[in-house]
Design a protein around this ligand. Sequence first.
Ligand code: ADP
Ligand code: ZN
Length: 811
Amino acid sequence: MNAVAVVAVDAPYEPDGRYSYLVPPALRPKVVPGVRVVVPFGRRRLEGIVLDVATAIEAAGTADEAAGGRLLRPILEVLDDEPPFTPELVRLAVHLAETRLIPPYRLLLSMLPPAVKTEERRLIRWNGDDGPIIALPEEAEVLEWIRDRGPVALEAILRRFPAAGPIVDDFLERGWLAEARVRKPRGRTKTVRFAVPNAAAPALREAAASLRGIRQRAVLETLAERGPTPVAELLRSTGASRSSLEALVDAGWIRFEARPLSRRPEVDAAWRRPAVELTDDQKAAVRAIEGALDGGDRRPILLHGVTGSGKTEVYLAAIEATLARGRTALLLVPEIALTPMMLARVEQRFGDRVAILHSGLGAGERHDEWQRIRRGEASVVVGARSAVFAPLADIGLIVLDEEHEASYKQEETPRYHAREIARWRAAHHGAVFVLGSATPSVESYALARAGRYRLVTLPRRVGSARLPDVRVVDLRKEGGGLLSRPLREAIAERLRRGEQVILLQNRRGYAPVVLCRRCGRAIECPHCAVTLTYHRADGALRCHYCGYEQPMVDRCPFCGNPHLIPLGGGTQRVEEALLHSFPEARVLRMDRDTTGRRGAHAELLGRFLRGEADILVGTQMIAKGLDIPRVTLVGIVLADARLGLPDFRAAERTFQLVTQVAGRAGRGELPGEVIVQTYMPDHPSIRAAVTGDVAAFFAAELAARKKGAYPPFYRLAVVQVDARDARVAREALGAVTERLRMAVVPETIVVGPAPAPIPKLRDRFRFHTLIKYKQEPELASKIRRALREIERPVRRQEVAVTVDFDPETLF
Ligand code: ADP
Ligand code: ZN
């Protein structure tokens, strides 16, 4: 009987891209869920991933294309011997395709480190034809070179003969050369030659004593002590020669073996901390997690602990408890900005059992870490967002640190939320799910209040550290530009005392707006409906949305007036103001512009930690997690920067950012102070952050969310359509929206189509429709069907659709 496979294919025009293919009998044993295959698609051949295999009769129900009566086309090739995806992750991908319209191919691919992904290579060989060859001398040289080598990769030919591309194509056409296209993983595990002892340590030592050569003796002693050791290292440390090693091999004491070398990421030891005795609050939190590990209350745990309450120690103890029960643990942290610190602490505690996954690693390191997890050699994984897909087996604990962080949501396809994936995986493994934060998201807080999450609190800072005093500077009354007088005085005092300062300005560049004094117009991106940001450091105007850049102009592009005003202040301008007021201060700036290079994050933070600078200025990337004892002042240059945006989460984000960055102050012995500059001192989110009154913030925010029909009272889904022509986009979305309105239940609110908050981006006009719902069964299928209203020709050529469930922001 024929088998049919459901394959995820990267087909851009279908919402999720699952298709059925016939499994040729010869390939049957290799076609299992999770392997990569090559399938025909229209006239192309595409790589796909097998999601499911069934006999034809069973498949009729699941594979809708099959039911359409069209002839199924066969899978052409299987690319993996072992599936790189575990059955669990394949199931997850299918689940997200069905409920979230997330394309499973894209999702699964994004789970792999780059080096495990495959690439197509063209292997060229001589065709064995001895007929007459008419070629120019330089062509003949290429041909002979290929003939002498057998099948050789096209890149290798081009490395030797950079201009040979057309010659090879020509000869392929004439039949003198033949080619095979093969797919190969891009990176491979590196191996290293090890010397491995053939006897146990006591026997080796005994043998060593009987040897005459002192170098050979040293070799055996080293191996007795350290076990298998890379040959190069052994030669270096003992001074032995290769031949003396070989003599030991001949004598049967040792052997050589190629072993995989793990390129391990480096960890900055400066972040380590001495072991501590847990406080009573911490112990209670750990007990709650242990209870859940042992099958007690299995609800997810919301660990609400004020900044500096020692949540990290709770995570570490919980991980230890998990490992002690023979299971594995996954610790997710929001961004590479804080991983150096977290990594050092986890590594200090768990050593080689830890694997680290984040985008700041090199491809080789990521590949090796991922393989260590896949092989079961690592039982603790620490990483940022995409580490939520780490192929760990038997997960006992998943910790989501700073669970409110927006960076857990990927804002491009595949649009997944790490919190949601973590929850799914925890349920799948029967693992304990811990969400930690000093400022929980409104949604998680609401779930805790409703009893769906179990709330565990750490209400105090550990040790003698107290929460810092917070002072508000009302910018409506206080002048002084970016740095008000009280803020300048406080900085001066810290400089005098040799303490450190953190200044937050959540905007990079020099000025976000450049305005003409005469006509009042601002310089905009030619491709997007946003203003260009002035970067003074290199005299450029940049679009922070599409990357467009041009030199700064000296006249208004609209009226020619030479008086242009840079408005507002980004981090560069704050840095300038600091250097102006405090010429002697050592200032570090940390934003996307100074951390583009790999490792730059860790390096900048490391320098600040070691006291090589007095003031750290930066965007939100400095706000989180940092634990630097000598920081006694935190200044927030403009706390309300976000409150003007049309985003239902603006108040929540403001509260979180102010609270988090304030929490960086006074974490050591020295007391901390926070200065919040704002034009809106009475806004509830700023007041609550200043007074530390979390309950007051949630009360105000929940009332506002209820009134606006926003989460947690309603769930959201956004359908966005964009096209080069505004009318085409609007009409396409109009048709989809009409259809959706008819499909949803009466209680659901459908708002749109309306221009998106950024109505033009990269020369494409954007419209969106918002779906606000409480219970909407089969919403994904309803949206999928409504999208068919966009006619195929229009869809193919002009419009792009994105669907976002539970958006983090509408902006
Ligand atoms: P949070 O993540 O809750 O803001 P951290 O986990 O960074 O807090 O801990 C804050 C500081 O307190 C760190 O320097 C940490 O080493 C220290 N610390 C944590 N627990 C204890 C404890 N039980 N005793 C002493 N110091 C502790
Ligand atoms: Zn732009």
